[in-house]
Design a protein around this ligand. Sequence first.
Ligand SMILES: [Zn+2]
Length: 143
Amino acid sequence: MYGLVLCTSCKRKRITDLKCETSACPYCDRVSKTCELTVLFSDRSQSVVRNALNSAESSKYPEPRKKSGTDHDPVSTLIFRYEHTSGTFEKLVVLADGLTGMKGTFSKNDVNEIFPGEGEHLIEQMISADIIIEIRNGTYKAL
Ligand SMILES: [Zn+2]
């Protein structure tokens, strides 16, 4: 299985073999654990993934939001990234990181605003996957 992933360091897109435990970024040489990479797209065929990389436009595979706040709407950006991330764990990481990035901390209600009725369920999943911690009663933060 090959994946179109984002480098955890320079945030550039590249193709990696998802079977490997680690992969090195050709742009910045950063070695990342494959399980920690954001997978934007994956397919069994490397050429399909390569086509996706070649046709990837910023509208289709948005770059992670920068702190400068130049993006239009952080919530839509987060939802878009969530929808275009494959794998349950990866989706939860995108959600947890997105909410923490936007708000610093977040609550069940913040999750419910994006996924109505799913807040409690998603937070339980994120806690059991060690993606977030409860720093105060009902207040969470990405690890
Ligand atoms: Zn890199």
